[in-house]
Write a protein that binds this ligand. Structure first.
Ligand code: PEP
Ligand code: MN
Length: 603
């Protein structure tokens, strides 16, 4: 075996995805080191952040259909398919030594596997199925627990790996069931070994497109395939979130996007569709599905059992040595630079869009102070026309004796107000260990001005894959803002919006000086959307309104504004908090201000 590849999959040792990686690379004479990560999203962010050379995601199952989550991740992150693998998923019921089928009361299994084994599971009248994040985890937990009443549905190979015995064989409702996987690599700097891979003559292309709800739309889109004699190998649809009458279509075609006929068909679909994302072209699987238990799917040199997380956290520069050696792109901000995405980024936070021509207003208190305060503010800003709710729970205060925020209690109250009003939420994270827990509860993470150059924190929010609002440091140059954003994107997280919130100048009349000129400059330099926070910039309630108007007129993508039910009583930043009435008036007035368009600017 030659070239060494580090490849990520979701799960732990024994997962089907791991078997797929081993089989796919072995068939190409390549040695692969597989590393399990906890989620599909982390597979995508590991690739986009160049922490792995390759990865795998399940995208379809013969019984359950499309795994939409993974298709959507491919559209979201800079990861592209290079190959397809079909694997027969032969599920066996595995238990601890000495257990028998009649002992079993609980069956741990991946949700897809539960769906594939419905008849078998209902035959175990005494047992209930418990969903588990992956097959390897199911087997590992049974082994660790040592309890004869708990079993796992897993491939035969997991029995040896975890010292389990087979209680029942071939548990899938249909023995022909299989899953379809895509082998992936980072989209931008691919390592040498993968660049040298020969592509086969049998290629496939995967795409996602959205169509407006109108008679004949789909037929017209598909007619382009027929006209170009391109075979459609998969078509599935779902309603489009936030646009219930439109539909998203998940489509696979035979052929490579670079083939003339396929390119012609794609061009036709592009004309019909509202959006079209070509996920990439890759080698199609040839022949029968791989057998999970057979030698062609099980590496002969399986590495010793290790906890997969250790691989990740022990290496400060990410997973793979090969990935780290990839050639560095030349531009200073290759991922943030406008050139890399001339049409601009839209950051999607729940159903809210930041960028793309929308003017997004975020309102809420500086700090969450109580359930009543945050709920009343949420309702008032929503009624006025805000589409997101802000609220600090961990507050970066100049004095250690000033109110520091309610911490996790504040986060829970903010999340509750968000759920009650349907407004996506944003709150600041100050430390790395807050990132994961905050991301689980709020929709967007805020990096405050004081942390704009806390590089380890930037990397952590980058790895989270969660939408991030990056505020400009009060003494940061535009170059430094762009560099800070590059840190987040370089970890594989493209969901970043910037926020101009005033810089420190010699002027003392206002809290900071709102750098309005940063908006057109940033527009030119980066594709990331830009919000303006006039509250922290000017610091004085009565001057916020004119700056809101100016921000829209100069081309900001929206505003972040502090609002309080009773500003003089606010526990932080009371001088700048708007009353509900002031806020509503500003939102009304903004409707009369045109948003600067940069469409005609030659960049
Ligand atoms: C805030 O928005 O709550 C805040 C503290 O702002 P900044 O980091 O811009 O000072
Ligand atoms: Mn504040």
């Amino acid at each position: 075996m030659s070239s060494h590849i580090t490849a990520v999959y979701q799960g732990v040792d024994g997962a089907y995805s791991q078997l797929v990686l081993e089989a796919w690379f072995a068939a190409r004479g390549m040695d692969v080191r597989t590393v399990g990560v906890p989620s599909y999203r982390e597979v995508a962010t590991s690739l986009a952040g160049l922490r792995a050379d390759a990865g795998v995601l399940p995208i379809e199952n013969a019984i359950v259909g499309t795994v939409r989550e993974t298709y959507d991740l491919l559209a979201e992150y800079d990861a592209m398919p290079i190959g397809e693998a079909l694997m027969r998923t032969d599920h066996h019921l595995l238990g601890v030594r000495g257990a028998s089928l009649s002992d079993v009361r609980e069956v741990l299994a991946h949700p897809l596997v539960i769906a594939e084994c419905g008849r078998f599971l209902s035959s175990l009248t005494q047992a209930r199925a418990i969903p588990c994040e992956d097959t390897g985890v199911a087997a590992r937990e049974v082994s660790r627990g040592g309890n004869p009443s708990i079993a796992a549905l897993a491939p035969a190979s997991a029995a040896a790996l975890y010292d389990l015995v087979e209680l029942a064989r071939d548990c899938a409702d249909d023995p022909r069931t299989f899953s379809r996987f895509l082998i992936l690599r980072p989209r931008i700097a691919a390592p040498g070994a993968l660049n040298d891979l020969k592509t086969s003559a049998h290629r496939k292309t995967s795409l996602i497109f959205t169509l407006a709800d109108a008679p004949g739309k789909l037929a017209r889109a598909l007619a382009h395939l027929d006209a170009a004699k391109v075979n459609l190998s998969k078509l599935e649809s779902k309603p489009r979130l936030g646009h219930a009458s439109d539909h998203v279509f998940y489509v696979d075609l035979d052929g490579d996007a670079a083939d003339e006929r396929v390119a012609e068909a794609l061009e036709g679909i592009r004309r019909e569709a509202q959006t079209l994302t070509v996920l990439g072209s890759y080698d199609a699987h040839q022949g029968e599905p791989l057998e999970a238990g057979s030698d062609d799917a099980t590496a002969t040199t399986r590495p010793p059992l290790v906890t997969s997380r250790a691989h990740l956290s022990n290496s400060s520069h990410g997973l793979g040595s090969t990935a780290a050696k990839s050639p560095k792109p030349a531009a200073a901000f290759p991922r943030v630079d406008r050139e890399s995405k001339p049409h601009g980024t839209v950051v999607q936070v729940g159903g809210v869009r930041i960028g793309g021509g929308d003017f997004t207003i975020i309102g809420g208190p500086c700090s969450v102070e109580s359930r009543e305060q945050v709920m009343a503010t949420a309702q008032a800003v929503k009624a006025a026309g805000a589409v997101m709710l802000r609220g600090g729970a961990f507050k970066p205060r100049t004095s250690p004796y000033a109110f520091q925020g309610l911490g996790w209690e504040g986060v829970a109250l903010l999340a509750e107000a968000g759920r009650a009003t349907g407004l996506p939420t944003i709150s600041e994270v100050m430390t790395i260990d807050q990132v994961e827990r905050m991301a689980a509860q709020v929709d967007m993470l805020q990096i405050g001005a004081r942390n704009m150059q806390n590089f380890d924190l930037l990397k952590a929010v980058g790895r989270s894959g969660h939408p991030v609002l990056l505020k400009r440091g009060f003494s940061a140059t535009i170059e430094e803002v762009l560099s800070a954003a590059e840190y987040i994107l370089s970890e594989g997280n493209p969901h970043v919006a910037l926020c101009e919130r005033g810089i420190r100048t010699f002027e003392q009349a206002t809290r900071n000086t709102l750098d309005l000129s940063a908006i057109p400059v940033l527009r030119e330099r980066t594709h990331l959307p830009i919000l303006v926070d006039p509250s922290h910039a000017v610091g004085v309630r009565r001057w916020i309104s004119p700056l809101c108007m100016a921000a829209k007129a100069v081309g900001a993508d929206g505003l972040l504004i502090e609002v309080h039910p009773n500003p003089p009583e606010a526990k932080s930043d009371k001088e700048q908090a708007l009353t509900f009435g002031d806020f509503a008036q500003i939102v009304d007035d903004l409707a009369k201000v045109p948003m600067a368009s940069y469409a005609s600017v030659e960049v």
